[in-house]
Design a protein around this ligand. Structure first.
Ligand code: C5P
Ligand code: C5P
Ligand code: ZN
Length: 486
């Protein structure tokens, strides 16, 4: 692994992790499987992971069946158990289901779990056919230093180093999982260097407000909630006035709306200093609007998939709307399906608008909304897609105009599984949401929960809905008391 040492000073943990990925990859190669079953998660990271693995399998001439799922369940494992695949690969999931995987898939030649979610490290004894590649085993933080597509990338890289050309997909996956924060750290940083070296990714300083490549400038400013631009966000006419004051025309010479990427260098400078001045009066750090942006070189400059953040949003939209295969095909450069990416993004936007309208119409209806001093619970029942309930909670946590520290718990039904999907987010970053969901779940004997400090979720059997809501209110209000004592 000299090539890596030459680039960055690798910690022992990184070396051990990469050795683990390499061993798994060499075992995979030596098995020469005829057919593989791939199982991956439905978010942007899961879709990028499966695109990386599909490309690797195509190159090796190995056949595959692919399942993109919100979670692993017994039905799925039984299907996998009985199918004709000799080898199974789980990506961006699996670490939370080790016991069931071990038991159900014991007759498979090999099962590879390429994941970055937390694992119970005590009692991690695995049978010889199970290979778990997970950064937490080496004490590496899987929430910020590497994503599921990052783990899938290293595995594929060690199968064949020409797969270095896929590193940019792992960067899109990491961005999808909110692992980019003014740059990358840890193993993500090495992956980013691979992506740049292979000519697929460009990193440059730019405006970090979402939509530089896709939104007309005045719309980009109007819609910006992160950061919230005082006097501009939320008002199209104020956004237009602001641009006029800066002497930035709204339209290009051909009459089309100007996007950020269409501005001259001089106009970009004027816009950025204008924004910094507005943000200087807020609690937000004005510099946060400037930072690294990442471009996918294969995408034309005018494409909304050019910006890696917008690409990640597109993949997320595909997964949440049940169109993961379009996302994977686009990652594999299918030009025909690329043309459909606009429509998927429009449908996603419509679905978000529909959810927010439903919330506004029902926010005072106790059948759906429970308000506490420090929490808001929204039980969407069948009115919100269960695949969108996490997105709904995230949007509420960012858009509620509140000075308070609110925890937001959202629920939606998965009728076909007799389950409820719960998501927990917070308007400020000062509680550990994973611990809170754990407290609520464990008391009720619910074992399908997980997440991290800033985002957590659970699957609740439908018959425990009432109990879950009651206990959640108790745990969430206790948090307020604990914080006051702190
Ligand atoms: O799989 P998990 O980490 O994949 O979930 C990612 C989701 O968690 C994102 O869609 C985002 O909504 C949320 N999240 C967040 N803030 C963070 C990290 C994740 O809101 N710092
Ligand atoms: O689904 P949602 O976006 O709310 O999930 C937030 C975080 O919690 C994600 O990182 C997700 O992977 C994790 N999670 C989990 N186990 C669950 C539900 C969510 O690990 N049963
Ligand atoms: Zn992930």
């Amino acid at each position: 692994m000299n090539f890596l040492n030459a680039m960055v000073n690798l910690s022992n943990n990184f070396e051990t992790f990469l050795k683990d990925a390499e061993n798994a990859a060499l075992t995979f190669k030596s098995l020469k499987p005829h057919r593989v079953r791939l199982v991956s998660h439905l978010d942007a990271d899961g879709i990028s992971s499966s695109a990386i693995l599909v490309k690797m399998l195509n190159k090796e001439g190995i056949l595959y069946n692919l399942s993109i799922v919100q979670k692993i369940n017994t039905t799925l494992l039984n299907v996998v158990k009985k199918d004709s695949s000799e080898v199974v690969i789980f990506s961006d999931l699996g670490s939370g289901n080790l016991e069931e995987i071990k038991e159900t898939l014991k007759d498979k030649k090999a099962v590879f779990i390429l994941d970055h979610h937390e694992i119970e490290l005590d009692n991690l004894e695995l049978p010889s056919n199970i290979f778990l590649v997970n950064p937490h085993k080496q004490g590496i933080d899987g929430n910020s230093e590497i994503s599921g597509s990052g783990v899938s990338y290293w595995f594929s890289y060690f199968v064949n180093d020409s797969n270095k050309e896929l590193a940019y997909l792992a960067i899109i996956g990491a961005i999808g999982d909110i692992q980019e924060n003014n740059g990358f750290i840890g193993l993500n940083e090495i992956i980013k260097q691979h992506a740049i070296q292979s000519g697929k990714l460009i990193e440059k300083p730019g405006l970090k407000i979402y939509g530089s490549h896709s939104r007309p400038l005045h719309k980009l400013l109007e819609y910006s909630t992160d950061p919230y631009i005082p006097g501009v966000s939320g008002s199209e006419s104020n956004a237009i006035q602001f641009l006029k004051r800066l002497n930035i025309p709204l339209q290009n010479k051909d009459g089309s709306w100007k996007k950020f990427v269409d501005l001259s260098e001089d106009e970009k400078k004027r816009l950025i200093s204008g924004l910094v001045m507005l943000l200087a009066n807020t609690r937000d750090d004005p510099e946060q609007i400037i930072g690294p942006v990442y471009e996918i070189t294969e995408e034309p400059l005018s494409s909304q998939l050019r910006d890696a953040r917008e690409f990640a949003t597109f993949l997320n939209a595909c997964g949440r709307l049940g169109k993961a295969s379009i996302g994977i095909a686009v990652c594999l450069n299918n030009e025909r399906l690329k043309k459909r990416s606009n429509q998927v993004l429009l449908d996603y936007k419509k679905e978000i608008i529909r959810m927010m309208r439903w919330f506004r119409a029902n926010q005072d209806n106790p059948e759906y909304v429970i308000r506490g001093n420090n929490y808001l619970i929204v039980n969407g029942k069948e009115n919100i897609r269960h695949t969108m309930i996490g997105t709904f909670a995230s949007i509420l946590s960012k858009s509620l105009n509140t000075e308070d520290d609110l925890m937001i718990l959202t629920l939606a039904q998965i009728p076909e599984e007799n389950l409820i999907k719960a998501s927990l987010r917070s308007t400020k970053e000062n509680s550990n949401l994973k611990e809170i969901i754990q407290q609520i779940s464990e008391r009720l004997g619910i074992n399908e929960f997980g997440g991290h400090k800033n985002a957590a979720g659970a699957f609740v059997p439908i018959e425990k809905e009432e109990q879950f809501l009651e206990h959640a209110q108790r745990v969430l209000s206790l948090m307020a008391i604990e914080e006051k004592i702190d």
